[in-house]
Design a protein around this ligand. Structure first.
Ligand code: BDP
Length: 723
């Protein structure tokens, strides 16, 4: 049925397109996936008969938000909002509420016992002799989540009959981490400046904060860290806490808790103490008072995120204490209020000569069991740093007594900034579905972080936000999909990212099959394309120094060895790759034995990770029968070809969506093609100089000599770090 409507809509749009008519409405991406633009006539007619009246109260702020969203969505999608009613008087009523809030819902005797606080059911029911759809939560927030889900069914053209949907989030804390500085800049942000207008808060509370909260609630995000992990102690001063509290008030009806990044040395910087030693009673007292002060302003405050003893940040090791001592200091002052500590495992030492990929594990694994109950260890998906491809971090599965929280990067620091079209769903899915083998087959990363493998009630997933003041929020329309897929996977890490891409496209652009299908394919292939033109076959960290823009595999300008690309690729005349097997740094043995065995064996290591784990000669025979050198060149070339194909796909889609968003993506794809070519050519030129080998036949030589690529330098690159 729904398919039928979509096809009809598709035919009509194709007709419009063939007549050269683009949809008239100008769009700038601000509405995200909550556009609620009118559905095609026949689908709207079908939906209208199933949404003919709305029974929903607005007695609490959250139920008011749910009702407002349903009215707004239905008005937009169907042309007019259904009339509000106190009871069911005709077929096609939508009833939204909780058993406690709605006598009508109580009459249904639905089993809500397994829904928890945030779950919901959407069910086709009969009430007083009329067919109706009930959207029911145990708690108000479930009603809001269910309302967004119901609207998604309409937005994506799903049938509305025989509904029997039950949803419960698998992960408890679903958090966006903003790397926003108090001066308005955003570390690794490529979408303008911070959306938090700190200067004008708390007096001016921009309506944009409400739209931000709606977008987050629509995908189940329930926590927001407002400020950068490289934290400024000032965030804990009364003036800033008032500002944070104003934001918390906006977010509260949407089920979103505010968290803050804190600077370990804050007791010295803003408290006038001489030390920040976590075992010092004065320090403990200072944090206790500060925490109590925060909870007075924000009774539902979520807790603290801490980056300590990493990249110059202060931490417990400054006082010869452990990370557990540091985390427990915060855990103890937060516990009486129900707050949590998200302690970051992104730690590598200034002084250690050990492989950087091993250091987080070496540091934290021995501390398993030493953290208090309300501490989550927040672990980046890979052992190094958000590269286009890394193996999963060996910490997953290795610390059964500690809840491990996933940290993904949504902002594309290493994946083409704002302009490259790279859908991160496949990257996230690859990590979540990786088997750690920690407790035998099926111990996937997803089961570690949702708490099911080790029986943790506390679980979490964080994403480094890609949001800024740009009208489209994320620096490009397609980057919105990365915010979206993060939220959907945090709700349920087992979802298919292809299905998520499809629903996002339908909501964001069009339900037309002729548009949806090629765009899903383009998105699904985009991450592999980026891996190919940047860091194929397990290479990593070849980006420009500091700003991470463009290729610089030759660069040695930064002071630390492990900030320089040659540290990672180790290319020389003989071969390329980082030996992390037993003959090398032995990082492979940080994994569970069966995984370690395959990573230690060059023949068993997936070729996608070959150079991550092995240093191999240029003439090493790949599974294809070609040499490594051939395959390296082929992958770089394939990446560029894929981007060219993405551009062609997009060229065929002119007319299916509004002209403004169409043109922006077209322009960004041409930037991406140019930069993919630059990546390929610069890397091939450099590695060719290393290998001394001729280019395999059939491959075009780089457009410029290596010296040209090496001579490029960039100024005012966006998103640079503040430290
Ligand atoms: C790196 C970023 C840096 C961050 C750091 C972190 O380049 O700006 O501060 O991660 O996660 O990827 O702390």
């Amino acid at each position: 049925m729904a398919l039928f409507f979509r096809t009809i809509a598709g035919v009509m749009l194709m007709l419009a397109a063939s007549l050269g008519m683009a949809p008239a409405h100008a769009e700038d991406g601000y509405e995200l996936w909550l556009r609620y633009h009118p559905l095609a006539a026949q689908q709207a007619q079908y939906d209208r008969s199933r949404a003919s009246q709305l029974v929903a109260d607005a007695a609490t702020p959250t139920r008011a938000a749910a009702r407002a969203e349903l009215l707004r969505g239905l008005r937009g999608l169907l042309g007019a909002a259904p009339p509000l009613s106190d009871t069911v008087t005709r077929s096609g009523a939508i009833i939204a509420g909780t058993t406690a809030s709605s006598p009508l819902i109580a009459e249904l005797h639905l089993d809500t016992s397994k829904l928890g606080k945030e779950g919901y059911v959407i069910r086709s029911v009969t009430l007083h002799g009329h067919a109706a759809i009930a959207i029911v939560g145990n708690d108000d927030i479930g009603v809001l989540y269910g309302s967004f889900h119901f609207l998604r069914l309409l937005q994506t053209g799903q049938p509305l009959d025989h509904l029997a949907i039950t949803e419960v989030p698998r992960v408890k804390l679903r958090v966006l981490d903003h790397w926003d500085n108090l001066n308005g800049s955003v570390e690794r942000g490529y979408a303008g400046t911070s959306i938090w207008d700190w200067w004008k808060l708390p007096d001016w509370v921009s309506p944009r904060y409400t739209d931000y909260a709606r977008a987050n609630a629509s995908i189940g995000i329930n926590g927001v860290v407002l400020n950068n992990v490289n934290a400024d102690a000032l965030i804990l001063t009364p003036a800033y806490l008032q500002k944070a509290a104003a934001l918390a008030a906006v977010f509260r009806p949407y089920g979103i808790h505010v968290y803050l990044s804190v600077r370990f040395s804050a007791p010295i910087e803003i408290g006038g103490l001489k030390t920040a030693d976590p075992l010092d009673p004065e320090v403990q007292r200072w944090w206790r008072q500060k925490t109590d002060e925060i909870y007075k302003l924000m009774p539902d405050f979520g807790g603290f995120l801490v980056k300590a003893n990493s990249e110059g940040q202060p931490g417990p090791q400054d006082y010869k204490r452990t990370h557990a001592d540091g985390a427990n200091l915060f855990a103890d002052v937060l516990a009486p209020h129900g707050g949590v500590v998200m302690w970051r495992a992104f730690v590598y030492s200034q002084s250690s000569a050990d492989d950087r990929a091993k250091q987080a594990y070496s540091e934290f694994k021995p501390l398993d069991g030493r953290f208090h109950a309300n501490v989550l260890l927040q672990v980046k998906n890979g052992p190094i740093d958000f590269q286009p491809r890394e193996p999963f971090s060996p910490l997953f599965g290795a610390m059964p007594k500690t809840p491990l929280m996933m940290e993904f990067q949504i902002t594309k620091e290493y994946l083409g900034f704002a302009t490259h079209l790279v859908y991160l769903g496949p990257l996230y899915e690859e990590v979540l579905s990786s088997d750690t083998m920690a407790q035998g087959k099926g111990s996937t990363v997803a089961t570690v972080i949702d708490g099911s493998l080790d029986g943790h009630a506390l679980s979490g997933m964080a994403g480094i936000a890609n949001i800024g003041t740009d009208r489209d929020w994320c620096g490009s329309d397609f980057n919105q999909a990365n915010w979206y897929v993060f939220g959907r996977l945090a709700w349920n890490p087992a979802l298919s990212t292809r299905a998520i891409a499809e629903e996002w496209i339908r909501m964001t652009f069009s339900n037309d099959e002729a548009f949806v299908k090629p765009v899903v394919d383009m998105m699904m292939g985009s991450r592999e394309a980026a891996v190919d033109y940047m860091t194929p076959l397990g290479l990593a960290h070849l980006m420009g120094p500091g700003h991470h823009y463009g290729p610089a595999p030759w660069d040695t300008s930064l002071p630390r060895a492990d900030w320089r690309p040659p540290y990672y690729h180790r290319a020389d005349h003989q071969g390329i790759g980082f030996d992390r097997t037993r003959t090398g740094s032995d990082a492979a043995d940080q994994y569970a034995p069966p995984i370690a065995a395959s990573f230690n064996d060059v023949k068993q290591t997936p070729e996608t990770l070959l150079l991550w784990f092995h240093h191999v000669p240029w003439d090493y025979r790949m599974r294809s029968g070609h040499t490594l050198w051939y395959e390296l060149v082929a992958h770089y070339t394939q990446g560029v070809t894929d981007v060219k194909r993405m551009r062609e796909t997009w060229q065929h889609l002119d007319g299916y969506i509004d002209a403004d968003r169409y043109r922006k993506t077209a322009a960004f794809l041409s930037i991406q093609e140019r930069e993919a070519q630059w990546w390929r050519d610069a890397c091939i030129a450099y590695f060719q100089q290393m290998s001394g080998l001729p280019l395999p036949p059939g491959f075009a030589p780089p457009q410029h000599p290596l010296s040209y690529y090496e001579s490029l330098s960039f100024h005012n690159v966006p998103g640079q770090s503040s430290w």
